[in-house]
Ligand binder design. Structure first.
Ligand SMILES: [Ca+2]
Ligand SMILES: [Ca+2]
Length: 167
């Protein structure tokens, strides 16, 4: 439980200047073409970038979208294995992932509106999803460097990994 608290005190960076308003009328392919070189292809046509700034879950969703990407979504054990190996050695060692139960309490869906079961990877940590931390709701998805899944307070500021699948 201390790691949730620790995550919240990582609020040391301001993202306001990172997302450029002028990019808002570019489509995903244009956005992606600007950042593709900085991503790592971990499996065929599947690219990732681990951002070393801590943001809230919704800010991280927007940040990835501004790169023509999405918060990473694990679709198989094989993908989990390569992404976990790719995770930088930071503390706390978990990363925002593209799933939440913001729409319907208790039903965790990905940013593509698939349940996590449909997406293909379910590996909750012991006692997760817990729903609450003390009195605060936990609705946003994170994956630890063990590959285990957590729900976390959405306004906590955490590191995150963006994923881009090429067509
Ligand atoms: Ca994926
Ligand atoms: Ca939790």
């Amino acid at each position: 439980m201390w790691s949730t608290w620790k995550c919240q005190i990582l609020a040391f960076l301001c993202i306001g200047s990172v997302l450029s308003q002028s990019d808002s009328n570019l489509d995903d392919d244009d956005l992606w073409s600007k950042v593709a070189n900085s991503y790592t292809e971990l499996s065929s046509n599947d690219y990732y970038y681990a951002h070393d700034v801590a943001m809230t879950w919704e800010e991280a969703v927007e940040y990835c979208a501004a790169e023509g990407s999405h918060l990473f979504i694990l679709n198989s054990q094989q993908e989990a294995d390569v992404v976990v190996a790719f995770m930088p050695d930071v503390s706390p060692d978990y990363f925002w992932s593209g799933f939440s139960d913001l729409a319907q309490e208790g039903t965790f869906v990905t940013l593509n509106n698939q349940t996590v079961q449909e997406a293909g990877y379910v590996n909750w940590a012991n006692g997760e999803p817990s729903g609450y931390y003390e009195t605060q709701e936990e609705n946003c998805g994170a994956v630890e460097s063990t590959g285990e899944m957590y729900d976390r307070i959405c306004s906590a500021e955490c590191y995150f990994i963006c994923e881009h699948v090429t067509k």
